[in-house]
Design a protein around this ligand. Structure first.
Ligand SMILES: Cc1cc2nc3c(=O)[nH]c(=O)nc-3n(C[C@H](O)[C@H](O)[C@H](O)COP(=O)(O)OP(=O)(O)OC[C@H]3O[C@@H](n4cnc5c(N)ncnc54)[C@H](O)[C@@H]3O)c2cc1C
Length: 605
């Protein structure tokens, strides 16, 4: 770890603030960053204030990384805000997320205008760097040599390993945890009534061809998602209204018309994108919320779209680039297909044994000794020539190629020598998770189905944003899986466990019109990936704020660096963020590596 150069000075009443009243720096070098406005790399400025904040923070991040510094080297920030809305401090949320717990001194100056008309936000910074950069110590002697080291035994890593081995090369898969599967993790229920998936649950049997092939190969018993009967919408005022699956909720006809228009516009805009290389500055320079509002979305349309971003990525529409979100949808065939619980949709089939069956099957089909559990990778050193060394625990491996499949935020915890190129670092540092937890509520009976509901519910107010039936009738397992996500999910997460249960049960009572739901309730099961370091502190997939795709291009995360190749679901072109995307990304990275090694072509540097 580089030496710490910034210490905060606090007063008794300031420790809870996200910034410090003062910082002390003991620098070797001071960096003064000029005011950064919220403009794209071509100087275009979105009208929307929050989109400008995202772009200004990206511009600041680019400079910090180009200077060889990091966010934790910021000693002081100054914010210049036009027409400062003191009762609606929108900047605070974005700056807090940007600082990720670091607390520099901050001064906010409301101003009547900035240098260019249309600029609403500008930020400058002072950073303190140590006198000498941290020296990366050479890795100890090599213990083992293979052709390819693969980092991570999730679906991407195991699929890559399968293809590498098939090609006749040797490999090891280094996995930090004591199990395979990564974000697929199936837990048996204590009373023997089947399993619950704490991570991924749904696949389909058409456009998710890799997952369906694995399901057949490893004998997964598939359960068709229940879409028979009514869904429910919980409106802003808490009122719950049933409506048939596949139709719009029962708003008045004008609201329905507008909602359908916005939905169809999102669908058309995402279909127009090249999922591998999305390019559209106008979509990328603004948040998804700003995109919706600028195209006439009313409160209901924005709230509905908020349910989409929460349930799919755990984020609010004001935190994600419109291009990133629309392209994410396109990668799964489009907004409608990705959100569908029917044939071809993202939520069509579940696995009775749990989805970890895929990783367990893949791991057991690899030769003995290929997967090394309890092997967290700490360092990767490329010598610029023919070999890469990888340190995991006390062991050092040498390989001709390395494939990393860890989630983007985990890459920040691995020491790369030489450091990853600045563009890659900007991309990785810009990847963020929202809040996303599945709360599985187990009941004695499927009371909702008995009342004519399919279980699918969506709420504008929470605490759960979306709820789905995840029963396994053959196991007499009756579960409603509640997606606790985005803002309402974060508020729910701040409660104690009994309070969490009570608030969710109250919502379920309202949604399905039941009295005394506690009589039916057995238990709540959750796993909070936000506390999981090897998931990168979140799930199901990271996302990007405005500007990153436009600045760095769609391939930025995927492109190899020398003999280091990048896989994992975030790098997928198809079904990004899903198990299918993970498998396909592993196959793609394995193909890159095999092609290079067969050609005797070792370094791309
Ligand atoms: C709650 C939840 C719900 C989801 N729902 C669905 C769904 O219904 N359908 C769907 O298709 N997808 C869903 N997903 C997403 C799906 O789980 C992922 O897209 C997929 O599993 C990612 O696989 P991966 O191999 O890319 O990454 P991961 O599964 O994250 O695998 C990466 C591996 O790297 C390991 N690792 C991390 N750091 C290190 C290190 N330093 N050294 C060595 N190893 C390391 C990790 O332990 C992990 O095993 C969901 C995910 C979650 C969490």
């Amino acid at each position: 770890m580089p030496p710490k150069t910034i210490d905060t000075i606090d007063l008794s009443n300031t420790t809870a603030a996200y910034y410090a009243p003062a910082t002390v720096a003991n620098p070797g070098k001071l960096i003064h960053v000029a005011g950064q406005p919220g403009s794209t790399k071509d100087g275009r400025v979105p009208e929307d204030y929050e989109s400008q904040i995202h772009l200004a923070l990206l511009n600041l991040r680019k400079i910090i990384i180009a200077a060889g510094a990091s966010i934790t080297d910021i000693a002081k920030l100054t914010l210049l805000i036009v027409d400062y809305p003191s009762t609606n401090r929108k900047h605070a949320r974005h700056i807090q997320r940007f600082l990720a717990g670091h607390r520099p001194a901050i001064t906010l100056i409301p101003v009547p205008q900035l240098a260019v008309p249309g600029w609403k936000f500008e930020i400058d910074a002072v950073l303190a760097l140590p006198a000498a950069p941290a020296v990366l110590t050479p890795l100890p002697t090599v213990d083992e040599t293979v052709d390819v080291v693969i980092i991570g035994a999730g679906l991407a890593g195991l699929s890559a390993a399968q293809d590498v081995i098939k090609s006749g090369l040797t490999c090891v898969v280094l996995e930090a945890r004591d199990r395979v599967g990564g974000k697929t993790w199936s837990q048996p229920l204590e009373d023997g009534k089947g399993t619950v998936d704490l991570g991924a649950a749904w696949i389909n049997d058409t456009n998710q061809s890799r997952m369906y092939a694995l399901a057949k190969r490893y004998g997964a018993e598939l359960i068709v998602q229940n879409t028979g009967g009514n869904c429910v919408l919980q409106d802003f005022d808490g009122r719950c209204t049933p409506f048939p699956y596949g139709e719009l909720p029962n708003f008045d006809s004008e609201t329905q018309r507008k909602l359908a228009g916005i939905r169809d516009m999102c669908e058309a805009d995402c279909q127009a994108l090249d999922t591998w290389k999305p390019k559209d500055t106008t979509l990328d320079y603004q948040t998804f919320e700003s995109y919706l509002l600028s195209r006439g979305a009313d409160d209901v349309a924005v709230a509905t779209a908020t349910v989409w971003t929460r349930a799919m990525l755990g984020v609010e529409p004001r935190d994600i680039s419109a291009l990133y979100f629309l392209n994410y949808c396109k990668s799964g065939g489009g907004l409608l297909q990705m959100r569908s619980d029917r044939k071809d949709g993202g939520q069509y089939l579940r696995v009775r044994q749990g989805t970890q069956v895929f990783a367990l099957g893949l791991a057991s089909s690899l030769p003995e000794g290929v997967v090394r559990l309890n092997s967290p990778v700490q360092a990767v050193a490329q010598d610029g020539g023919r070999s890469v060394k990888v340190q995991a625990g006390g062991h050092v491996y040498a390989a001709r190629k390395v494939i990393t499949t860890v989630p983007g935020p985990v890459l920040k915890a691995i020491a790369f020598n030489p450091p990853l190129p600045p563009a890659k670092q900007v991309w990785i540092d810009s990847l963020t998770y929202g809040y996303y937890t599945k709360a599985m509520m187990e009941f004695k009976s499927p009371f909702w189905a008995e009342k004519g509901f399919c279980g699918l519910a969506q709420s504008f107010i929470g605490p759960a944003s979306v709820i789905r039936d995840t029963c396994s009738p053959a196991d007499k397992k009756y579960v409603l899986t509640c997606f606790m996500a985005g803002g309402p999910g974060t508020e729910w997460a701040a409660l104690s466990t009994p309070e969490r249960e009570t608030s969710l049960l109250a919502q379920l009572e309202q949604l399905y019109g039941v009295e005394d739901i506690k009589k039916e309730f057995k238990q709540m099961l959750t796993y909070e990936w936000v506390h999981d370091e090897f998931a990168g502190w979140g799930c199901p997939c990271t996302s990007l704020a405005p500007g990153v795709l436009d600045t760095l291009g769609g391939d930025g995360l995927r492109e190899p660096c020398g003999n280091l190749h990048f896989a994992g679901t975030e790098t997928a072109g198809e079904w990004k963020g899903y198990m299918e995307g993970a498998v396909r990304s592993g196959e793609r990275a394995a193909a890159e590596v095999v092609k290079d090694l067969r050609a005797g072509f070792v370094s791309r540097l």
